[in-house]
Design a binder for this molecule. Structure first.
Ligand SMILES: Cc1ncc(COP(=O)(O)O)c(C=O)c1O
Length: 374
């Protein structure tokens, strides 16, 4: 079946090609000056001291956890409703992810439930800014202070989001961003860790380049033979990837504003469609709508609805995953809100070049599809 309206479409133009061409012409395509440029641009945008570009947000989370010393025997509290990269990053360190249930409205970790899950083994909390809506960072940071826990923000979907006028990703010890194809701006695959902590920044940088000093920085200093005294990883972003990010970043605010307008238009449309409710926006949040995720009523078969919409050329998707039910974690946690949202969330098309006319069409198919599956 032909897709008439996709779920997403990245927004590229000639600037990406020009930036990539500059890198190719320069002859330096691995990690180098373009990565530095992207890191500096992210630092300026977020007003944060350190930014380390990596291959993806999963690597950003993994290195963040290693940098704060997470190891075998530790427990890390993780917002349950998330892409499993969040839980996986904890397991990579040999630690145990303990899943915390979410708020039914914001889909974010419910701060009130965090304290019950804290044990002597708990070392950190990973709140997730789900679909671009920031978690309640005020309460989360207070709890972390009270219990002496570190906070790693999974801001994969939230570059540009704000909580109480402060950017998501700069509340915690580190913030981790993704430039995957479905994010606000994209480099295909890519990620960034930000922090105001020099020691963590240095550890993360070193771990991202096999446990040695960065290749490009080494070249600037002249000849020397580095030592490998830490078991690091190859999580470096390349200059080709960074070039796409450098072209994308100046467009971020424009993209966010347009997506917010389109989200309001979807809200209006959904008012006339029974059985589907529009996403809630916290009054303290700047929700950047990485995705527009509505909820279907309990009596609707969400999966059948997605299939029926696809037959009409409208691509929709589930929201994201309930982590505690994924067999890989063998978890004993009970997160009933997350499970409920996992079964009922419906991501509707939303991207910069989508038009109100596209939404009209998608909404009318949505109405028809609901009739069909009754
Ligand atoms: C909440 C969340 N965390 C982490 C990730 C992993 O990001 P990446 O694909 O850049 O590794 C994703 C990706 O979809 C995500 O949605």
């Amino acid at each position: 079946m032909d897709i008439k309206i996709p779920l997403l479409r990245p927004y590229f133009n000639a600037e990406e090609l020009e930036e990539v061409k500059k890198v190719l012409d320069s002859g330096w395509v691995a990690q180098g000056p373009k990565v530095k440029e992207l890191e500096n641009k992210i630092k300026n945008y977020l007003n944060v001291k350190y930014a380390i570009a990596v291959t993806n947000c999963t690597a950003a989370l993994h290195l963040s956890l290693l940098s704060i010393g997470i190891k075998k025997g530790d427990e890390v509290l993780v917002s349950d409703y998330t892409f499993p990269a969040t839980g996986h990053s904890v397991v990579y360190c040999g630690a145990k992810p303990v899943f915390v249930d979410i708020d039914l409205e914001t889909y974010n970790i419910k701060p009130d439930l965090i304290c019950d899950k804290i044990t002597k083994k708990t070392k950190a909390i990973i709140p997730v800014h789900t679909f671009g809506q920031p978690a309640d960072m005020g309460k989360i940071i207070d709890i972390a202070k009270d219990y002496d826990l570190k906070v790693i923000e999974d801001a994969a979907c939230a570059l540009g989001a704000k909580f109480n006028n402060k950017f998501a990703g700069i509340f915690g010890d580190t913030g981790c961003f993704s430039f995957h194809a479905r994010k606000g701006i994209t480099t295909g695959e890519g990620g960034m860790v930000v922090t105001n902590n020099k020691e963590l920044a240095e550890k993360i940088r070193k771990l991202s380049v096999f446990g040695m000093q960065a290749t490009w920085e080494r070249e600037q200093k002249g000849f020397f033979i580095p030592e490998f005294n830490t078991l690091g990883y190859n999580y470096k972003m390349s200059d080709i990837t960074a070039a796409i990010g450098v072209a994308q970043l100046p467009r971020l605010e424009k993209i966010i504003k347009r997506k917010q307008e389109l989200a309001l238009y979807w809200d209006k449309k959904l008012k006339n469609i029974e059985s589907i409710s529009s996403p809630y926006v916290d009054k303290n949040a700047r929700h950047i709508f990485q995705s527009y995720v509505a909820l279907v009523d309990k009596n609707i078969n969400r999966n059948k609805l997605i299939e029926t919409l696809r037959k009409g050329g409208i691509q929709t998707q589930i929201g994201t995953y309930a982590s505690h039910i994924q067999p890989v974690y063998n978890s004993q946690d009970n997160c009933s809100n997350s499970l409920d949202i996992f079964n009922r969330a419906l991501a509707l098309p939303l991207y910069y070049n989508l038009t109100e006319g596209d939404i009209d069409l998608a909404a009318s198919w949505l109405k028809k599809s609901l009739e069909k599956i009754k």
